[in-house]
Design a protein. Sequence first.
Length: 601
Amino acid sequence: MWKMKPVGFALSFVGLVLWGGAALALDSVQVRFKGYGDAELLRSINAASTLKTLVGNADTTGGDVVAAARSDYANIVEVMYANAYYSSVVSILIDGREAALIDPFREPANISSVQIIVQPGKAFRFGGTRIGPLVDRTPLDNGFQTGAPALADVVRDATKDAVDDWRGVGFAKAKVANQSVLARHAAAQLDVDVDISTGPRVKFGNTRVTGETTVREKRIRKIAGLPTGQVYDPKAVADAASRLRKTGTFKSVQVTEAEEVAPDGSMDMQISVVDRKPRRIGGGVEFSSLDGLTLSGYWLHRNLLGGAEEFRVDGEVAQIAGDASGVDYSLSFRFEKPAAYGPDTLLFAKGGLFYLDEPDFEEKKLEFVVGLSREIGDNLTAELGLGYGYSRITDLYTGTPTKREVQLVSVPFALTYDTRDDRLDAKDGVYLKGEVTPFYETIRSQTGAHLSFDARAYRALGGEDRTVLAGRLQLGSLLGLDVQDAPPAFLFYSGGGGTVRGQPYQSLGVPVVGGSFGGGAFAALSGEVRHSLNDTFGLVAFVDAGYIGASGFGDGDWHAGAGVGLRYKTPVGPIRLDVAAPVAGDTGSGVQLYVGIGQAF
């Protein structure tokens, strides 16, 4: 039971009758202190005040003001407790009358002034502090100790941490059994004594599945991966819910514990899910003043075989009316089966048909990859596959079309580390992805490897996260094949929206007689400053640079571009409008315009 000396006015919560009445405009609510009060405390009171939300509202009535004032007594006292002031006196005057004493059935016809007067009193410090029993005997490290400022949040956090520690070692029913908080006003000290009931140590029991779903119960249990028979772990519960959400099949997921523990120490679990609509279609549009228009669309099924399998088909037509090359076409698919070999391992298969019409080559390509993806911890994912690809290529860079065939068997491997707070519009975190693809080219009996690395970092400046610094580094290398024998997809170019804005699409390659060719080494750097004007619009300034080498990082050329952009924020990501121009290199001139969905990286 909490024991606390009454603070300020005795607050009596009576039912208020809301009535209609003449509207008035509440011009201001003044907050002032008697005695000590700093700017931070003032900001906290203003943020918590319901009265402050009525300022300038033309529909506000006298009854609204009285009701808000009565609510603010509790709001402000809570702020004072949070800042260790337990002897505060709060007075709210409406035209000089204490709001708590105004008859709620007699609405003031006119209100000329509202004042919130706070007398903080002394800041309290902790006197006696005890929470127990604890999992270990080490002191709590969050400021809950004798002599420290007696912040209410510190008490709540320390109590929660102590209970969570017990739950973390298998005591799922740990809870606060009794608590005593005593404010000693003469000494300005707060004594806190909390008893914790640990309950028994439990293990996971059976798992029931309920809800509106067409996914088989056996598959839901397998995806969740709750370890039946093992000691209870709250992280395992959170991971189970996360795995189910990541499938994309369910719009609602809840994993809950049974109320009672069985005599054998087991505790049953319940999974409740609600399906999303199984099918979805979508599309996108991107435009570049030089590269032309790109149209894309997809069809998605979220539960293809009744086991939360996802199947997606994508189609794209790119470089429509582009100045630099012909129209490209692609039709591809991806199939994913979660929990194929354990709850954290996903089976995937992907492939497609592609036709590329570029300045240096034309390619007709078929490719197929099957593999496994496994989550290692919360942020790291590993992927291993087996791939086959066949291409018919017409090289155009010499001026005389030359036909060749390429057939590859590959073993792609990738590691991805991702801590971004928002994948569509990140403000904090990093994204690191490294890929190594060893291959065997069967027609010429050649071996080699394709390597790539993509690193992105984001950092918000200031407390409101309105300004974000974003940076990107891309690296690539081709080993074992001459560029003239490699498939175009394994070669590197620079220029365009994905590398260097302001430079024409794939304008930087390796110079050869009659034109240029893709390189065997690649590097690109990008930096952006993103600033949100409000919740809808934002501005971006950026600079990009790219490098292409024939076979390494010492025999190539650089170019660069820079520009500014506008962002219009939507639920599916910001709509991007960038204007850029070359600032280094001789691969382009003039201004390029880019329009798309999502940040550039």
